[in-house]
Design a protein around this ligand. Structure first.
Ligand code: NAD
Length: 360
């Protein structure tokens, strides 16, 4: 993967995608000599258990803190001689952004701005080959592009931004800030906009882990509206591989769309998960897991369809998703079934928060 032996700052590395990326960086042989520093605020979505298997690795350093703490970020960048920043840290759940948008602006907009400021100061003080090689890679979402009708072509990197939720608006603002730091200050930035991820270590407020864990407990499987919202599902390991490629070979100042080439309606995806569970963990009463599906009131402003045109990433960097939806989904269900301790812990955490009225 990445052939540049450089120390990397990963923000939000205790979350779903960040933890998969940290594990990949550490497992990657050419990076063996490099350090990975994970800066995470440990919000409700951050879970150090996601990286329990690498916690003892001498190349891994965890720092509990906020990307909005510019002084702290500055210290990390210089003390660890950081050569690349990969920014995953964000408030990431659309429903929470509808209930309470302010924390999304705080972290996704102001936090990203302060992270950029710290990176800019650090990079400005660098010289020679280290300065040449420095990278700031911002991880973003296809939701910045808005929503598509059934026959619309997929989002390209040229699609105008039209964010529809406070979450998407805050990510769009952060993307614009990253772009402006390249244009105004020359900071060597890159941005990826990817579609919905699924896979191991995802917090169970998101559709797939929620479905799997509720189904195993015989609880209702809530589906928003008619369940016909189409998403382009991307396995998290394919996403992490794309991020590593962009970090290594992406053209400075560019954005790259990442998509799974797997458009599927939510209801259909949940039914597929149910049939995988029927085969692997049948219900005691012999009924199908899909019988637990319950339609609930739709999310306000719910986008109907996302689809990603990732031909630029394919053409320029030779990336392709390695998982089909069928193989990726089967692997994901198997992972949740064989990591019941992680699921148990996260479920307890989730219930504790529900009792507190989701104040986190
Ligand atoms: P997540 O919610 O699982 O993890 C976010 C992590 O960021 C958590 O560990 C949290 O503690 C940390 N964090 C939050 N605020 C912070 C702050 N101020 N300072 C430091 N750490 C902070 O999110 P995810 O699903 O892993 O998504 C990671 C990134 O990828 C996000 O930027 C998101 O917008 C983007 N993205 C996610 C998806 C997806 O399907 N999950 C799709 C496209 C893009």
């Amino acid at each position: 993967m990445n052939t540049r032996p450089m120390n990397t700052l990963v923000t939000g590395g205790c979350g779903f995608i960040g933890s998969n990326f940290v594990r990949r960086l550490l497992a990657d042989a050419p990076m063996a000599a490099s350090r990975v520093v994970n800066l995470d605020k440990l919000t409700y979505a951050g879970n150090p258990a996601n990286l329990a298997d690498v916690a003892g690795d001498g190349r891994y350093v965890f720092v509990h803190g906020d990307i909005g703490d510019e002084a702290l970020v500055g210290r990390i960048l210089s003390e660890h001689g950081i050569g690349a920043v990969v920014n995953f840290a964000a408030e990431s759940h659309v429903d929470r952004s509808i209930d309470s948008p302010e924390s999304f602006v705080q972290t996704n907009v102001l936090g990203t701005l302060r992270l950029l400021n710290a990176a800019r100061s650090h990079w400005t003080a660098m010289a020679g080959a280290a300065r040449e090689a420095f990278r700031f890679l911002h991880i973003s979402t296809d939701e910045v592009y808005g929503t598509l009708s059934p026959d619309d072509p997929a989002f390209t990197e040229e699609t105008p931004f039209a964010p529809n939720s406070p979450y998407a608006a805050s990510k769009a603002a952060s993307d614009h800030l990253v772009r402006s730091y390249r244009h105004t200050y020359g900071l060597p930035t890159l941005t990826t906009n990817c579609s919905n991820n699924y896979g191991p270590y995802q917090f169970p407020e998101k559709l797939f882990p929620l479905t799997i864990l509720n189904a195993l407990e015989g609880k209702p499987l809530p589906i928003y509206g008619d369940g016909k919202q189409v998403r382009d599902w991307l396995h998290v390991e394919d996403h992490c591989r794309a991020i590593a490629l962009v970090l290594e070979h992406g053209r400075l100042g560019e954005t790259y769309n990442v998509g799974g080439l797997n458009q599927c309606a939510n209801l259909e995806a949940v039914r597929l998960i149910c049939s995988l569970l029927d085969a692997r963990a049948p219900r005691e009463d012999g009924r199908a897991h899909a019988d637990l599906i319950e339609f609930v009131a739709d999310r306000p402003g719910h986008d109907r369809r996302y689809a990603i045109d990732c031909s630029k990433l394919q053409r320029e960097l030779g990336w392709r998703p390695s998982e089909s939806f069928e193989t990726g989904l089967a692997k994901t269900v198997d992972w949740y079934l064989s990591n019941r301790a992680w699921c148990g812990e996260i479920t307890v955490k989730r219930y504790a928060r529900e009792r507190l009225g989701r104040t986190a």
